[in-house]
Design a protein around this ligand. Sequence first.
Ligand code: C5P
Length: 218
Amino acid sequence: GLVPVITIDGPTASGKGTVAHGVARRLGFAVLDSGALYRLTALASLRRGIVATDEQAVAAVAEALDVRFDGGHIYLEGHEAGHDIRQEQVGNFASQVAAFGSVRQALLARQRAFRRPPGLVADGRDMGTVVFPDAVLKVFLVADVNARAERRRKQLMEKGISAKLQDLLRDMRERDARDTQRAVAPLAPAADAHTLDSSRMTAQETVQAIMELWQAKA
Ligand code: C5P
């Protein structure tokens, strides 16, 4: 039989990453952070001086991407890049080039290669709609924009970075608009996705809710 996949899609800062890792830990599954692949493409492009409007050049970078995921560490061309890809500038570049069909196509096989026994939890924007349409369980994780901006601010504070809530809200709305309005693989729930609103839930509670959905499938 096919290796089971759980997809968790949703807007920026909806808690997908934390929740995906929590579910994967409970089930002993592997994790795909698909956003990291877009961010790595962005970082590698930025380092080559490529601009975000140059679709061909960015697609070539995505095609040749030399990355390794290893026990929570992410390597780009042999060097740890887990910290650098979280920069706002990298996220913004990623969100711009994620609109290019050729860039998405270049990352498709790489994402599907993460599927391995006993199972995979994949988080992103189009995991349930495009990359793993045959997933056993599809979750669309939402949270209101204020809750997401507040979470992002906390995360940044923990890293010693201070940010104004107003600026975070503006960036988040811009990124949401770009992700939902693009022509290729826009952010949208799959027809068979379960939508979960985590605005008033902790990460633990959200993991628990997904585990219950999963158990109901078994
Ligand atoms: O999830 P994360 O913020 O790390 O993703 C960075 C950017 O990559 C997003 O803003 C989104 O535009 C893009 N992305 C995507 N499809 C995915 C994952 C991320 O378009 N599956």
